[in-house]
Write a protein of this length. Structure first.
Length: 666
């Protein structure tokens, strides 16, 4: 058994925007000796923010992979964007991490993005360190932030350091236990040490018994239990620092290599990996960031591309450091590298075997659609090609190109992403594009149970008969599909074709929106031994599904936001009235120290401009945090339809003609 990953850590850095994530990454690279001088986010010289748009704006737009060595351990570090508009980058990085550092600000505390990321980390069981940054800032309140962490994130968070002062008096925090051997703890930190010892002892009956007998425990007794609990997500260590001054960075690096787990995976196992990021290199062309879970990949190896059922040859394997890279020629199980030569790869594609590759955690749900406009007609083909390339790198953009109308639509998370896309089109492709006003993405769901039927037997040669039962599903359940047709009635290969086409058929419902939260069951199917061609089911499936939706009718669903609003008490009444006008639902407000806190749900459609209006309504003293909270049924008076792309399958003769022409040309 060969396990090269023991001297390796794959760690993601996550945070709400402006918590100091990229500054912390820069300090880690500097303290580890990876870079000779510190870059600055504000000056646009940070190692992991190298895109022009990132340097101009001082925010991370794309996740960046870098690496360094600390205490003889190599760390692959992924610095992820903190702004909610770029949550899709965070989503992809989560899949390939073995450990995480969640950075919070000692001033702002737990913010909306922090909660979203935390929940995803817990769902995936990723061991997590919590680093409270900006302890030197005016307004730093670590005790309040620790209370928020325990209330909003986990009661199992426990500091492993103690500090003497905050703001101007903040200095290097003191460790409460040693990773190697034991050490003396000063009397002023005895209470913090006692809380940590009790928290660890509670996890192990034998240790708890010894603690009751002795009144304390040695570091060597605590350390194995603490490390085990962290790796099982039973305890979440809290550390403190001021990254802009380099305070607390060495301790954070020690915690990463000592407390977070090494990757699993064996080099003598079958090849198994996943593409989690795509980029374009000026020399190498399309490059794919791959995390390998099993086996070994070398230059000139041929790998199976599972999604397309083809093989592609690896031309180079490179290790990345922000924008720089070096050819290493080999990628071992547990490690991350850039693989060149996978020209057809898409994000999420599995390389080799699926064994050991973790599932995805969907965080990003684009709630807005925008239409792109270009400067002149001659640029139209270049704009389409550029957006299709960007959609390969971020599939959530879901570019909809309508050649017949010469229109191009994208799905986006918010206004900052729209502005960044404009800047990227200009800097990367030299194209001037603008976008129309964003519109909300609604969805549809069946109103009741019904059947859909299609007998596609004319014009010959063709034969595909299908009958579906369509019924409403639970809210948030998505699509559930199954077939109960015997294979002698409908061959398995034909049934597989139907299964592939059902999700595509549901991309546009009766009102033009995606259809969700439904169960579809194929209850009858028939092929003809002579006349049937597999492509017949490509044509027939959308007709059967749309026939079913016409019989069930559909209800409109709208996207909702969970919000937490904090405002001075004197503005509370006016804001509650405003929330009601926007169809908001909220709990009884809580008043704390002269401020009113309101928590509830808001429709996206009615609250697009609310963050901007909140500032003027509260003289800049109100704060709002929001995150996506699913879809719910619209009130009867809300109507929204979207123009259908292509021919409606309910117009059967026109649809058959259009589809058959497209298939014959394809």
């Amino acid at each position: 058994m060969n396990e090269p990953g023991k001297k390796l850590r794959n760690v993601g850095i996550f945070a709400h925007v402006d918590a100091g994530k990229t500054t912390t990454t820069e300090q880690m690279l500097y303290r580890s000796g990876k870079i000779r001088s510190l870059g600055s986010v504000d000056d646009g010289t940070a190692q992991t923010d190298w895109l022009e748009v990132e340097r101009a704006r001082g925010i991370s737009v794309r996740s960046a992979v870098t690496r360094f060595v600390w205490n003889d351990i190599q760390v692959n570090l992924v610095d992820t964007p903190g702004h909610v508009d770029f949550l899709s980058e965070v989503e992809r990085s989560l899949r390939v991490m073995d450990g995480a550092v969640l950075i919070l600000s000692a001033v702002e505390g737990v913010q909306a993005q922090s909660e979203v990321i935390w929940q995803a980390l817990r769902d995936l069981g990723i061991p997590t360190l919590i680093y409270v940054n900006k302890m030197d800032r005016i307004g730093a309140e670590p005790d309040r932030v620790l209370e928020e962490i325990r209330r909003l994130l986990s009661p199992d968070a426990i500091p492993v350091q103690a500090f003497g002062g905050v703001e101007g008096e903040f200095a290097e925090p003191d460790p409460l236990l040693s990773y190697v051997g034991s050490m003396a703890i000063s009397g002023e930190h005895a209470a913090e040490r006692k809380r940590l010892v009790e928290k660890v002892a509670e996890q192990d009956d034998a240790l708890l018994e010894r603690y009751f007998e002795q009144g304390d425990l040695a570091d060597t007794e605590l350390w194995p239990v603490l490390r085990s609990e962290i790796r099982e997500s039973g305890i979440f260590p809290v550390l403190y620092g001021a990254s802009n001054r380099g305070i607390g960075i060495d301790s954070l690096l020690d915690a990463i290599v000592h407390l977070l787990p090494a990757p699993e995976g064996e080099t003598d196992a079958p090849l198994s990996g996943v593409v989690f990021k795509l980029d374009k290199d000026p020399v190498m062309g399309r490059i794919a960031y791959v995390r390998l879970y099993g086996g070994v990949l070398r230059n000139r190896d041929t790998v199976l591309h599972r999604a397309l059922g083809i093989e592609e040859k690896v031309t180079q394997i490179r290790k990345m450091d922000g924008q720089r890279s070096e050819d290493v020629g080999i990628l071992n199980a547990g490690d991350i590298a850039v693989v060149c030569g996978l020209s057809r790869a898409r994000i999420g594609d599995i390389i080799g075997s699926e064994e050991g590759v973790p599932g995805e955690k969907r965080l990003a749900e684009p709630l807005l659609a925008v239409q792109s406009h270009w400067a002149n007609e001659a640029e139209y083909p270049a704009v389409v090609a550029a957006f299709q390339e960007l959609a390969d790198e971020d599939p959530h953009l879901d570019v909809q190109w309508l050649p017949e109308d010469r229109e191009l639509h994208l799905r986006v998370m918010g206004p900052i992403q729209v502005e960044v896309l404009m800047e990227m089109m200009k800097s990367r492709y030299g194209l001037s594009v603008t976008f129309g006003a964003p519109s909300v993405i609604y969805k549809e769901t069946p109103a009741k149970q019904g059947e859909g039927f299609v007998a596609y037997t004319m014009p010959k040669p063709c034969w595909a008969i299908l009958r579906f039962v369509i019924e409403p599903g639970e809210r948030g359940s998505g699509l559930s599909y199954r077939s109960i047709v015997r294979t002698e009635r409908l061959l398995e290969s034909y049934q597989n074709e139907v299964a592939r086409r059902v999700p595509e058929a549901l991309e546009q419902g009766l009102k033009g929106w995606p259809v969700t939260d439904l169960k579809v069951t194929l209850i009858e199917g028939e092929h003809h031994v002579w006349h049937t061609h597999p492509l017949d089911f490509v044509v027939a499936t959308p007709m059967g599904i749309m026939d079913g939706l016409a019989n069930t009718d559909t209800k409109l669903l709208e996207p909702m936001l969970h919000f937490r609003l904090s405002t001075p008490e004197e503005y509370g009444g006016k804001l509650m009235s405003e929330l009601s006008v926007m169809r908001g639902e909220f709990d009884t407000p809580v008043v704390r120290q002269g401020r009113m806190e309101i928590e509830g749900r808001l429709p996206v459609a009615t609250s697009l401009d609310f963050p901007a209006r909140l500032g003027s309504m509260t003289k800049g003293r109100g704060t709002l945090t929001t995150f996506f909270d699913g879809y719910q049924e619209c009130p009867p008076d809300v109507q929204a339809e979207r123009t259908r792309r292509g021919v409606n399958p309910l117009d059967t003769s026109k649809y058959i003609l259009a589809t058959r022409n497209a298939l014959s040309q394809g």
